[in-house]
Design a protein around this ligand. Structure first.
Ligand SMILES: [Zn+2]
Length: 158
């Protein structure tokens, strides 16, 4: 039996799909990675909305959601969430002016995001951090090793 993947909408065989039971409904994904990516996307979307409401002062104007949704089609919520989170102070500063309406403010906020996201390269994924720490420790360890190696030679020469 074929089922639709919740993440990429592809038709997949139920017997090989990654199954997640939520609210008494089975959700199917091509694999666990796609499921995890989808979860990250959903978390990021929530974060983007929370931070945007913080920056725009809890507006009830639905154009904010519409603008965010449009931007996400190009950049994705994961990148947007990282960008906004890293630049809260700058965005807040850039936005501190008088607006004729909430609509004008939202358009301005969306323009800031659109203009900045194109050149924005998100910092390393968190999963990569332990690896680079390992490398640093490895280098440190080797240099200590080298030192004792030379110390050994120095002793030998004396
Ligand atoms: Zn899929």
């Amino acid at each position: 039996m074929l089922v639709g993947c919740k993440a990429c909408k592809k038709k997949i065989d139920r017997s090989v799909a990654f199954k997640v039971r939520k609210n008494n409904v089975n959700n199917y994904y091509c694999n666990e990675q796609e499921y995890n990516r989808k979860q990250l996307e959903l978390e990021s979307r929530k974060k983007v909305i929370d931070l945007s409401l913080e920056l725009c002062g809890n507006t009830t104007n639905t154009n904010l959601m519409k603008e965010l949704n449009d931007i996400s089609k190009t950049h994705g919520y994961v990148k947007m969430a990282k960008y906004i989170e890293e630049h809260m102070i700058e965005i807040d500063k850039a936005m501190s002016m008088e607006y004729v309406s909430d609509f004008a403010m939202i358009r301005y906020y969306a323009a800031i995001l659109k203009n900045s996201l194109g050149d924005y390269v998100p910092s390393e994924e968190q999963e990569d951090t332990p690896i680079s720490v390992d490398i640093i420790e490895d280098v440190k360890y080797k240099s200590n090793d080298k030192k004792s190696f030379f110390d050994m030679f120095a002793e030998y020469e004396e």
